[in-house]
Design a protein around this ligand. Structure first.
Ligand code: SF4
Length: 143
């Protein structure tokens, strides 16, 4: 059986990643607490296998997207464009036709890498933060 995971690739591409390489300290020179580094590493261990989507009765991909957003959002280097990243990745996830999360936790139970649903909560916070920022800019007449 062949599983097409290209939708996952497109979601990650939508998020992109911007790094200013000029005149900044080396990434490993930025102090990061052990707890945060471990949490980011746990999120980054997602292998994009799709087991979470297969296990979900709604075919939701939020555990995968939450892990990908978290692995960057947790680290100072990933704070760059973190709100826009959440907005773009969620938009692409929706465009790919994945279903909505109804908190069954089937994804967490089936994930071979032990990705926790706390990643979904972080995704929701990042996305809501992005929406609120867009709303405030709109109200202030900015762009
Ligand atoms: S099941 Fe786990 S490792 Fe596989 S794509 Fe989903 S979150 Fe990532």
């Amino acid at each position: 059986m062949i599983v097409d995971r290209t939708a996952f690739d497109r979601i990650q591409q939508a998020g992109g990643y911007v790094m200013n390489t000029g005149g900044v300290p080396d990434a490993n020179a930025i102090p990061i607490s052990k707890h945060v580094a471990e949490e980011a590493f746990d999120s980054a261990s997602c292998i994009g296998c799709g087991a979470c989507v297969a296990a979900c009765k709604n075919s939701s991909a939020v555990l995968f997207v939450g892990a990908k957003i978290s692995q960057f959002a947790l680290l100072p280097q990933g704070k760059v464009e973190h709100k826009e990243r959440a907005e773009k990745m969620v938009a692409q996830m929706d465009a790919e036709g994945f279903g909505s999360c109804t908190n069954t936790y089937a994804c967490e139970a089936e994930c071979p890498k032990g990705i926790k649903v706390t990643n979904i909560a972080r995704l929701n916070r990042e996305y809501l933060g992005s929406m609120l920022t867009s709303y405030q800019v709109e109200r202030q007449g900015g762009d």
